[in-house]
Design a protein around this ligand. Structure first.
Ligand code: MGD
Ligand code: MGD
Ligand code: SF4
Ligand code: MO
Length: 686
């Protein structure tokens, strides 16, 4: 790799972006070659530690399969290298052709998990609106938008990361921190050291459950019933925060009334969590409130009832008195900054953003179009056709539900551009594949709302011919005639300075503080002196906003799809996506050392379910759902590891795509989230 490091010898301090945790790291350079990556102390997120994925940053950077030149697909499906000028000229021309023929809204922009948030998501949002289309898509429609909405609708803000170390009780629902959020583990250890209790609710024994005081394995998609059972216990015992309820909330009476049917026995019947365990958890909450931390992971939102299950959990969290305390629902101060989006100047809502009619809260609150509905528009089944798409940092042919449909939809496009490091399943379908800059080749601003800190990543290396995300949108915008107006900054450094301007913190200061700078002092209990950022200024246990849109005002528990549509043909429940330490969605399977540890995909099966089906460990089995099927090896786990009747499979495999079986059109009614966990399936021995 023809790489030019920003210094010849020494250390560049920056942030690791191999995931969204943002640990501070030092990249060690000798004679223009990056040799090693080590963790830095001073950043409260990683506290001098890092994980094996961060260590592998250089293996990704120097990987021999990296795409280095723009590629153009030929009629026979092969790709040839072309110059960046030619690629961008042709792409811009095709965009103009689509605009002429179908209108600007027939083009969409899609950012994935790899590029992240803040400016990296604001570039495609800005570009889309400057071009004239409202259609911005992202992985977030299957990632955290559901949890965002669940929190935001009750409290008006989103900050899911408590100061766990200060808690006396930590409740984890559908999350796997040792794998997904390694930095949380040190905080859990601190909490444990002062005697905190840990409750883990997950159908699968994930590694953190081994440290739990209570571990319960519910039926997928039923956490809302558990939340309501806990709410009932607290309110009937009078053990809730009376000040929060009386002075700062709306809808408590409706909550009390609705909660009554959720007796411990009812909850047991619905969730499979024993009634006495429900009572034990409720008592732990009462003993430890208000110092109770809740964390709701992706396991709660990948259901067709996710937002209301999460809303109910947030109501419960408020009842404990956790509103804006450190270990509870912290209300972060935003850093004053310039945004890059054009929603105020060019809202484009009359252009009918895809999915905004079906999931109005998703569009209204997140300004996201619905990626599952986009597939329908590509296939000509929408109100207007979607003809072109530019994707950066995403691999939806692996990660979006209903793979058959996704592939068919992407193949039907007149223009598909994919900006990526590698030739992925999605890139193979593209007309043009552009070489993306890895995080080591970018400089960008990050904000951590929990610690109210701002960070800058320092560019470590340049690869001639490879441009960062900003330059992709900038160079296309210039060709399309709106570059000077909307992408006036010459490079990412200028963008960074623009974003930062109102904060009073300079780029120079950030450069010398790789561990980040706190942008405002941490203060708590702000609701005592100013209204909450909800429409009413209060906690909305009952939401007039949702009611106006036709939803239930309080977060009523709706049974998940699999309980509403029981079928003898599909007796098992598939949950997907329990993360693996070494993989990141579809990433890192091409790293030899990592692949050795996870050579092939396996579906986890409970030993009793396997015995009934005559399946032995390692047998090839077919997983069949109403949507599609997939054949993989069986991994018969220990009986404590999985709830009987549930099977689990990782979702990121390039060769074994479980999303062939997941549902794209069974959606949470508020967020539009697809059913990725709790999919009715049967397993057949091949
Ligand atoms: N190593 C690694 N780390 C990652 C990622 C990665 O791919 N690899 N991805 C990152 C991203 S983008 C995300 S969104 C986060 C996600 O991180 P988390 O929010 O921690 O979610 P998951 O790892 O998906 O864990 C979900 C857990 O929920 C359980 N579960 C499934 N259904 C239910 C249910 O109905 N109820 C309950 N209570 N539990 C359920 C599953 O068994 C699983 O253990 O991880 C991030 N971190
Ligand atoms: N069945 C099922 N499906 C799921 C989930 C699940 O639990 N179950 N989880 C969902 C969740 S939470 C998420 S977040 C999504 C994630 O879905 P995606 O957004 O598709 O994420 P990745 O698979 O990580 O794809 C990232 C792509 O970016 C490329 N890349 C890596 N680094 C860079 C970079 O610096 N720049 C650019 N431009 N590209 C880069 C990688 O090579 C890879 O192809 O998947 C969702 N899909
Ligand atoms: S947890 Fe690992 S991959 Fe994520 S930022 Fe930290 S070191 Fe990097
Ligand atoms: Mo995610």
């Amino acid at each position: 790799m023809n790489a030019v490091t920003t210094i010849e010898n020494g250390v560049v301090k920056t942030l690791c972006r191999m995931c969204s945790n943002r640990c501070s790291i030092a990249v060690h350079i000798q004679q223009g070659h990056m040799q090693d990556v080590t963790p830095l102390s001073g950043n409260p997120i990683n506290r001098g530690r890092m994980c094996p994925r961060g260590k592998a940053s250089l293996d990704v950077f120097y990987h021999s399969d990296r795409i280095r030149k723009p590629l153009k697909r030929q009629p026979d499906g092969s790709f040839v290298e072309i110059s960046r000028e030619q690629a961008l000229d042709e792409i811009a021309q095709k965009m103009l052709d689509i605009k002429d023929c179908w209108g600007a809204r027939s083009l969409g922009m899609w950012k994935g998990e790899a590029v992240g948030f803040l400016q990296q998501e604001e570039y495609p949002r800005r570009f889309a609106h400057a071009f004239g289309t409202p259609n911005y898509f992202s992985n977030d429609s299957a990632c955290f938008n559901g949890r965002f909405l669940g929190h935001h609708l009750v409290t008006g803000f989103w900050n899911p990361f408590p100061y766990y170390a200060e808690a006396d009780l930590i409740l984890l629902f559908g999350t796997n921190p040792p794998v997904c959020h390694p930095p949380f583990m040190a905080e859990f250890a601190d909490a444990k050291a002062h005697g905190a209790n840990l409750v883990v609710i997950d159908p699968r024994l994930n590694p953190v459950a081994c440290y739990a005081d209570i571990f319960a394995q519910p039926l997928p998609g039923t956490d809302g019933a558990l939340a309501w059972g806990l709410i009932r216990y607290l309110v009937n015992a009078g053990e809730y925060d009376h000040t929060t309820v009386e002075q700062y909330s709306l809808g408590f009476e409706a909550v009390v009334e609705y909660a009554q049917k959720f007796t411990p026995e009812f909850v047991e019947n619905e969730t499979g969590v024993f009634a006495h365990v429900v009572v034990d958890i409720a008592r732990l909450i009462i003993q430890n409130r208000p110092k109770v931390s809740f964390y709701m992971g992706a396991g709660l939102e990948h259901h067709d009832n996710g937002v209301d299950n999460i809303r109910a959990m947030v109501v419960l969290s408020c009842l404990t008195g956790g509103l804006d305390i450190a270990c509870g629902l912290g209300w972060p101060e935003n850093m004053p900054r310039n945004k890059l989006t054009l929603y105020d100047q060019l809202p484009l809502e009359t252009e009918k953003p895809i999915g905004a009619d079906l999931f109005p809260a998703l569009y209204d609150i997140r300004k996201e179009c619905h990626s599952m509905t986009a597939m329908e528009y590509m296939l000509g089944k929408g109100e207007y056709p979607l003809k072109g798409l530019i994707i950066t940092g995403a691999n939806p042919a692996v990660t979006n539900p209903n793979t058959t449909k996704v592939e068919e939809a992407l193949k039907s496009l007149d223009l598909l551009v994919v900006n990526d490091l590698f030739m992925t399943q999605t890139a193979r379908l593209a007309h043009y594949v552009l070489p993306a800059a890895s995080f080591l080749e970018r400089s960008e601003i990050h904000i951590d709302p929990k610690h109210q800190r701002v960070y800058l990543t320092n560019k470590v290396v340049d690869v001639p011919g490879i441009k960062d995300e900003y330059m992709l949108w900038h160079d296309l915008a210039l060709r399309l005639g709106f570059g000077e107006r909307y992408f006036p900054w010459e490079n990412e450094t200028q963008v960074n300075a623009y974003i930062l301007e109102p904060s009073g913190i300079t780029l120079e200061e950030l450069k010398t503080h790789p561990e980040g700078i706190q942008y405002s002092p941490l203060t708590f209990q702000k609701h005592l002196s100013r209204p909450l950022p909800t429409p009413s200024g209060k906690l909305e246990f009952s939401s007039a906003y949702l009611e106006k849109l036709g939803y239930a005002a309080i977060p009523k528990y709706v049974r998940p799809y699999h309980l509403r549509h029981r079928s003898k043909a599909y007796p098992l429940l598939l949950t997907t996506g329990a993360r693996k330490t070494l993989f990141y969605h579809s990433r890192h399977q091409n790293l030899k050392n990592f692949r050795k540890l996870h050579p092939e995909a396996k579906v986890e099966i409970h030993p009793e379910d396997a015995a009934k089906l005559g399946i032995e460990n390692g047998d090839q089995v077919r997983i069949v759902s109403d949507i599609g099927e997939l054949t993989v090896a069986a991994n018969i786990v220990h009986k404590a590891e999985l709830r009987r009747g549930v099977v689990e499979m990782y979702h990121g495999w390039e060769e074994w795509r479980i999303n062939f079986t997941t549902f794209d059109q069974v959606n949470d009614p508020i967020s539009g989230f697809p059913l990725l966990k709790g999919v009715p399936v049967r397993i057949e021995k091949v």
